[in-house]
Design a protein around this ligand. Structure first.
Ligand SMILES: [Zn+2]
Length: 328
């Protein structure tokens, strides 16, 4: 379950309003909304571990849960989906139940749990991240709140996109008579200014090359530096020159081998080649130089994305072959 927006004790009629979407792998077995055995609890149920992401009782107790996104996971951790069930089955008030969990924080992977009792107007937020804090317990104040895969009300991208927690103005998201995926996507996606290398990358030949080019320029490929940021340590080196530096800027522009390849292309296309140290600045420079839609520029864009693709996949053999056989 990955995003919840809720209004607590600040609506004129309803004490609690909740909008919640569970993001889960489609092939994970799930039981739909139903009254559970005994007829006291209603909710969906995870078919694998038996827990839930959202459920409530006849008596007005509610619990819902999100995971905290993290790279390292304890393989033998207890199922987080048990926590809402335990609260709903217990007789404790939200604060007493939260205190019961204090000694167990390290037995679960990262979670955000909200538990509430509508009768006593109490709602408590519990999280076991960051780990140093053991277990953080906070009484939830009246108002509008957003919970995703980081702490309650933190500016996680999905929450920001919905403009929910920073007092953004209300806006109409859907105003179409018929449904198309294009309209739906355009209604909810965020449009950002076009980058100067947009045309260079996205009008450059095969889709696979373009996608790869965009990943490189967004620094979203699994080079050593990016892996280390995610807590993964590998002994790797540049596959061209053997240096210990393995990051996008090195592989794409500053490596001795890569520079030579770009010099070759610059020579063929009569292109002002200047040695730059950042992949993005380099692509921006080329995007500006080759922005018009001439035939020569079209060929260049194709060469650019193909070169980027083969360089970053360590397929230098292909680059040498096509540079040698170019009809220029
Ligand atoms: Zn290198």
């Amino acid at each position: 379950m990955c995003i919840a927006v809720f209004i607590w004790q600040s609506h004129p009629i309803y004490p609690f309003l909740l909008l919640l979407n569970r993001d889960e792998y489609h092939n994970r077995p799930t039981k739909p909304l139903a009254w559970w055995e005994g007829g006291e609890i209603v909710g969906g149920r995870d078919g694998l571990a038996g827990g839930t992401w959202l459920a409530c009782t006849r008596g007005g107790r509610v619990a819902f849960l999100t995971n905290v996104r993290e790279v390292k996971k304890q393989p033998l951790a207890k199922s987080r989906g048990d926590l809402p069930v335990r609260f709903l089955e217990s007789k404790k008030n939200p604060m007493e139940f939260a205190e019961e969990l204090v000694g167990e924080a390290d037995q679960y992977n990262g979670f955000n749990l909200i538990i509430a009792d509508l009768c006593s107007k109490t709602m408590v937020y519990i999280t076991n991240r960051p780990e140093e804090d053991n277990l953080s317990i906070t009484e939830v104040s009246a108002g509008v709140h957003v919970l995703s895969n980081a702490r309650l009300d933190s500016p996680w991208p999905k929450c920001m996109r919905q403009n929910m927690i920073y007092g953004g103005e209300d806006r109409i998201l859907w105003n179409h008579k018929s449904f198309t995926f294009k309209d739906a996507w355009e209604s909810c996606s965020v449009s950002t200014p076009e980058v100067p290398w947009y045309d260079l990358v996205w009008n450059g030949g095969r889709p696979r090359w373009s996608v790869h080019g965009a990943l490189i320029l967004h620094n979203a490929v699994l080079t050593n530096d990016n892996l280390q940021r995610r807590g993964i340590s590998l002994v790797s080196q540049c596959c061209f020159c053997g240096s210990n530096v393995e990051n996008v800027n090195h592989l794409f522009v500053t490596c001795v081998y890569t520079s030579e390849v770009w010099c070759g292309l610059a020579h063929l296309f009569h292109w002002r080649f200047q040695k730059l140290h950042s992949a993005e600045v380099f692509a921006t420079d080329m995007g500006i130089q080759f922005r018009t839609k001439s035939c020569r520029n079209k060929v260049f864009k194709m060469m650019f994305t193909a070169t980027a693709y083969y360089l970053m996949n360590g397929m230098e053999g292909y680059i040498m072959i096509y540079l040698e056989f170019l009809p220029f």
